[in-house]
Design a protein around this ligand. Structure first.
Ligand SMILES: [Zn+2]
Length: 100
């Protein structure tokens, strides 16, 4: 579990992790406070958290949201956890499921 997930889960016990856009080397972390509508202040708080971690995206896997590091050894720079980085040596997409 990544620190970003831990902080989001602590702030929003029911938050939803939606999708990670493919942006090489940069985390694009999309989450919502909960399924369905969220109050504006909740969305703002969540954006604060995800922005903070996006700025330090080397610590969060861009595929699954777990703890990772920037991989400089691949053809393209990606921020991946060990499991995803290992998967991507043999397949196009990691088989890890994004943390929810
Ligand atoms: Zn991963």
């Amino acid at each position: 579990m990544g620190a970003c997930h831990d902080e989001l889960a602590a702030t929003f016990p029911d938050y939803r992790f939606y999708a990670i856009k493919e942006k090489w080397g940069v985390l694009a972390f999309q989450a919502r406070p909960r399924a369905g509508e969220a109050a504006a202040e909740e969305a703002d708080r969540l954006n604060e958290i995800t922005e903070k971690y996006r700025a330090a995206s080397e610590v969060v896997c861009e595929w699954c949201g777990r703890c990772g590091s920037l991989r400089m050894d691949a053809r393209v720079e990606r921020t991946l956890c060990d499991a995803c980085a290992n998967d991507m040596t043999t397949m196009r997409f990691p088989k890890q499921t994004p943390i929810v």
